[in-house]
Design a protein around this ligand. Sequence first.
Ligand code: PMT
Length: 402
Amino acid sequence: MEQRRILVGVTGGIAAYKAPELVRALRRAGHAVRCVMTPEATSFVTPLVLQTLTGAPVTTDVLDPSQEGEIDHIALADWAELLVVAPATANTLARLANGLADEPVSTVALATRAPLLVAPAMNVNMWQHPATQRNVATLKERGVRVVGPDVGELACGWEGEGRMSDPAEIAAVAELALGSRSLQSEVVLVTAGGTREPVDAVRYLGNRSSGKMGFAVAEEAARRGAEVVLVTAPTGLATPAGVRRVDVESATEMRDAVLVEFDKASIVIKSAAVADFRPVAPSARKLKKEDLPEGAGLTLELERNPDILAELCRRKDDRTIVGFAAESHDVVAAAQRKLERKGCDLMVANDISRAGTGFDVDHNTVVFIWPGGEIEELPTLPKAEVAAQLLDRVEKLRGGTK
Ligand code: PMT
């Protein structure tokens, strides 16, 4: 099995005694494992045990200069391809749900861009408490995987839900959470964000795209082992781990950057919202109303931008090219027309008429539109999940099974 980098976060519950077993299961599967512990966890299992099993120093204090010298907590967060918190106490779930960073495990969890898997373990009443259930729901909404807890006899003497799942089961779910390296031999070019078309020195014509959809696709493709280039219009988003980012502003800049990367790419996913028009004569200076006759309006003359997607599709060869279409009405029919006009392999139609999905939010409601007329409707999903579903389809296309 291929070696992956797994960080195990151990927190302070009696189930921490099973953490060494989890580490051994992950090591047996061939993975590189490191551990980070809360201070409370060290009362249940010693760092030396985990250090011996992992062959690596264990982080128990992010303020200890000697520990931070070996590998600092941010480097540890960056190193991880997956963070598994096992056991995850009620207190830890609350910290993770609320973004606290007051001990090593939650600090690393906040800093990492790796997917998170938690294995809760606690007293049945603590588990069933509405506060804990709310925290778990928050984490799930964010895409965190939860394994267990199982039902059974609890260390506290109660019977019920609260036992940490078996280490073997947690290790199996960790494999799923790591994802395959199924795009390892591919070069994926992703576009994201909304282009800005300059009007003058300070103003531009833009749109509401945040880049979240494209960044999610880039992140997932990198997680699946692809070499990923992300050509993005301005956004405040952090570059996903393992992704090469090229920043652009306007549609013409995006076209130029995309064409530079296109030769090497085997898969192109165009989730950017590209302006169809740009001002003909942007002013190098700031336009001032004082320069116009009193009360006069301003007319901007616009010209067409290049259609990047259509241009790429004309040079497609054996690449797989996916377009996105944000539609507010007649979603499927409008996206089908775009698919035919541009000539891509798959069009992802977003229904942006629904509240809370589409531009500048964390969810998307999409329909996959295939050239043969087939359509696949997905429920409203977090953009990370839309990205995963999309790349599953792309893999089938590449494998010739779609
Ligand atoms: O960024 P987010 O806030 O997460 O929002 C995501 C999104 C809603 C912007 C994204 O999911 C999306 O739907 N992107 C496409 C927006 C759109 O409607 O594009 P379009 O219909 O103008 O273009 C269709 C396709 O052609 C797109 O793949 C686009 O990148 C491409 N195009 C469009 C115009 C142009 N001049 N060149 C292009 O390549």
